[in-house]
Design a protein around this ligand. Structure first.
Ligand SMILES: Cc1ncc(C[n+]2csc(CCOP(=O)(O)OP(=O)(O)O)c2C)c(N)n1
Ligand SMILES: [Mg+2]
Length: 601
């Protein structure tokens, strides 16, 4: 049998460095699935491309996004036409908004039927036009496959974005044309991409250094774009006597066990990060588009320097005096040579004292009682137990608060979540992609019960299907079983001043641990605070993936570190409107606030 368009498509993906595809079949991609089978992409993984079967196409897109986040390579997902294509969208937007290179390969009904109001016929070029606006094309001739694949991969990498190829199912079965005869109207592309060096010009670097050298109280804010610049950030922070705060996606940029790292910033942030931004006179922002201006210095209160690889993302959060477009590590290296070490370390000492105090506050908060379990304690017990080089994912929900604040990442660990789209659902699929990319490392997903019911429970089936392939089988899913869409319950209280709307917020109970056992995983149900530590210990030595279901208290406030007057007013209003949890909330909020003022040894 001669090679088909589908065989050629897969060969071309492999030639571009792709070795794993996350997807779900359907008649829009039967030709591609047949080729995948011929190429040995099945369970034995013998071929150049491995096919991973998910439960839902959105999960395939989340996994492709996580693959990109954790490996730096392009992530690839595959879906059928119509419904499969539509299912991909949320995961693709997650990738696009967090600037991850992902290629979506999507089937389409036969070209002979298009325009005929045919079954499952959706205008896919239009559908993907926004999410993959840098590059979305439908192939209509076998000769296009070569350059469509080469370009989709290269543009995804170069622009750090989502691209999309649509392949009608009749075209998939046609004979391949890997090299069209040289002629007018043919395209002869090749694979390959190498990152250019990106360092700003000398004059701009000098200007930036002058600002940083003049500052007496320098604050650094690091984001996802600084994940590969750990050494450079530590070095410049040392020279400048600066504190380093981190945007959520930049949590792994500098380890949390350094005394001048103030931790996360923003609604899920820490008090020392708040103080750092309020009291600094100079702000150096590196690889971050952290959006909330109220957590940054007041306009004019600090002089600003920003480094970002993308000129579209620079100068939009704070009016910077110098905007340096460049790679964060390379630019910091160039800048460091121009920085004088600050002799006066008073500011640095203040930052370090604030950080040391804050960790004590967090420990004290975690030890407060809960009904039955204070969720913070689940995270603070995990933190010192984190195995070297583990990979963490967190879902959108209250788990993201405790992940951001209570988990102390050490050097070598990776961690991510849906930072910009902040969608529910990525926790479990991100951890699965982490295991496929790094089967020898422990993956830990921190997820709410709402997200488990939305998709995590289904994706546990994917874990059950594949875990025996991983050289280290440890993948732990922590479920916060609080029977509440808790993050939003708190947002409604603190921002809108509304009481808990039980019809919308309360979740049905579900036996997460028992369900895990039913499908061949281990399940541990944690019902008292004393069981938390032993549960983590057991999961970390288990011979298979584990679901830890912790019965956590929905009335522990996931409030911003420095609750504003307006938020306090709204909260009081919500409680006066007879919020069903009001008595408990008042008791716990006061206890938490008190923790910040109590003297500590
Ligand atoms: C797809 C999607 N739907 C809705 C939301 C709004 N939202 C953000 S957090 C959250 C609650 C999550 O509940 P759960 O997973 O139970 O976590 P909890 O906050 O209770 O710990 C909701 C509904 C969202 N971010 N994404
Ligand atoms: Mg919940």
């Amino acid at each position: 049998m001669s090679s088909t368009v589908s065989d050629h498509l897969l060969e071309r993906l492999a030639a571009n460095g792709v070795h794993r595809v996350y997807g779900y079949p359907g008649d829009g991609i039967n030709g591609i699935m047949g080729a995948m089978n011929r190429a040995g992409g099945g369970i034995d993984g013998s071929g150049p491309l491995e096919f991973v079967q998910v439960r839902h196409e959105e999960m395939a897109a989340f996994m492709a996004c996580a693959h990109a986040k954790f490996t730096g390579e392009v992530g690839v997902c595959l879906s059928t036409s119509g419904p499969g294509a539509i299912h991909l969208l949320n995961g693709l937007y997650d990738a696009k908004l967090d600037h991850q290179p992902v290629v979506a390969i999507v089937g389409q009904q036969a070209q002979t039927a298009l325009g005929g109001n045919y079954q499952q016929e959706v205008d896919l070029v239009s559908l993907f036009k926004d999410v993959a606006h840098e590059y979305v094309h439908m192939a209509t001739d076998p000769a296009q496959i070569r350059h469509l694949v080469d370009r989709a991969i290269r543009i995804a990498k170069a622009e750090r974005t989502v691209t999309c190829l649509i392949v009608p199912n009749d075209l998939q079965e046609e004979d391949a044309v890997p090299g069209a005869p040289h002629a007018h109207g043919t395209v002869h592309s090749g694979p390959g991409y190498s990152e250019p060096a990106r360092v700003p010009g000398a004059a701009a670097l000098q200007q930036a250094a002058a600002i940083l050298n003049a500052g007496e109280r320098v604050a650094i804010l690091a984001g996802a774009g600084a994940l590969h610049a750990t050494d450079e950030l530590i070095e410049i922070a040392d020279l400048l006597g600066a504190g380093v705060a981190k945007a959520l996606l930049g949590k792994a940029a500098v380890p949390d066990d350094l005394p001048f790292v103030t931790g996360s910033i923003g609604l899920l942030g820490t008090k020392p990060s708040w103080d750092l931004m309020q009291d600094c006179d100079t702000l150096l922002m590196v690889g971050s588009s952290f959006p909330y201006s109220e957590f940054l210095p007041e306009e004019g209160a600090a002089r600003g320097v920003q480094i970002d690889i993308d000129a579209k993302m620079i100068g939009i959060r704070y009016p910077m005096e110098v905007n340096l477009v460049g790679d964060s590590a390379q630019t910091l290296r160039a800048l460091t040579g121009l920085i004088q070490r600050k002799a006066d370390r008073t500011w640095r000492e203040t930052v370090e004292a604030n950080v040391a105090e804050w960790w004590k506050v967090l420990e004290a908060r975690a030890m407060n009682p809960g009904e039955p379990i204070n969720p913070q304690r689940v995270f603070s017990e995990l933190s010192p137990r984190l195995p070297e080089n583990c990979i963490l994912s967190a879902d959108s929900g209250s788990a993201a608060n405790w992940y951001a604040r209570d988990v102390k990442l050490r050097r070598g660990m990776k961690a991510s979540l849906s930072g910009t789209l902040a969608t529910m659902g990525p926790g479990v699929p991100y951890a699965i992609a982490a295991k496929f990319a790094f089967p020898d490392r422990v993956a830990i997903a921190l997820v709410g019960d709402g997200a488990m019911q939305m998709n995590g429970n289904a994706e546990l089936v994917t874990i059950a299907k594949y875990w025996q392939r991983w050289s280290d089988p440890r993948l732990i899913v922590l479920v916060l079983n609080n029977r509440d869409l808790n993050q939003v319950t708190w947002e409604q209280r603190a921002m809108a001043g509304d009481p808990k709307f039980e019809a919308a917020q309360e979740l049905p109970d579900f036996p997460y641990a028992a369900y895990a056992e039913l499908i061949g995983l281990r399940g541990i149900r944690v019902e008292t605070p004393e069981e938390i530590g032993p549960a983590w210990d057991a999961a970390l030595v288990a011979d298979r993936p584990v679901v830890i279901e912790a019965l956590t208290d929905p009335e522990v406030p996931a409030l911003p570190p420095h609750i504003t007057f307006d938020e306090a007013k709204s909260l009081t209003r919500a409680l006066l409107k007879r919020d069903p949890g009001s008595r408990e909330i008042i008791r716990r909020s006061f206890r938490e606030k008190l923790e910040e003022f109590l003297p500590r040894s």
